[in-house]
Design a protein around this ligand. Sequence first.
Ligand code: SAH
Length: 258
Amino acid sequence: MPPSPSQNKSGKLSVVGIGPGGMAQMTGRAVEAIKEAEYVVGNAFYLDQIAPLLPGKEVVRSSMGREVDRAKACIDLARDHRVVMVSGGDPGIYGMASIVLEVLDRAGETVDWEVVPGVTASCAGASLLGSPLSGDHVTLSLSDLLTPWEEIEHRLDLAFQMGVPIVLYNPKSHGRPENLGRALAIAARHLPPETPVGLVRNAYRDGQETATTTLGALAEDDAAVDMRTAVFIGGKETFAMKDGGMLTPRGYGRKYVY
Ligand code: SAH
């Protein structure tokens, strides 16, 4: 953090957002922090995306589902070493920053830390669709690993009432393929079936795919959506562009003639 009196002058823990995929989408600070690191810790999937930066580093490949152990191990290492923990997209949005800081705070640790922001999936995906978010919008995750499903349904219902664009992260997994269908049914209580929907799979990395459809059509068939997809559900004002893009006007049309 904002360098509190760290017990050690050289150790530091950086939780680094590497963006959606390719290195071109990383921030300058993210690249620099990884270059400065002695240890780089992360899932194989993310480490592969930054492979050119890894020669000469101690690379620790970790698996999903052991986030608390990983956070503790990184904090231990960071007392004397420069440690980077990589997180996809932005580390503060469904990423690793919160668990690292929670463990650190509970332990009353004085390790130096920084969180390096990254381009999150909603921004990356939106850029490929056009400008579907534009202003106020909501992001919700359909993963019920850390949030009870009833709470997710409650949030979905409140969010869709606002009529603003909504981005769904973690829309579908093998373990819970029905969550997306349930979310779309909640959306249908508040939005018409012709509401535009954008699907972005693997934004800015191998296997990138984008598609636009409608709420009604996706509710009929959501086979194209998987865990590598972000789902953009339009708001009341969102429309499909003539060339297939997705656009939510910010309201200039109410103020200017163009
Ligand atoms: N911290 C990450 C999100 C992790 S949650 C971020 O800020 O982007 C994982 C979910 O994010 C996936 O299930 C998917 O819905 C979305 N996601 C992450 N990267 C993506 C990408 N490159 N393209 C499309 N969706 C992506």
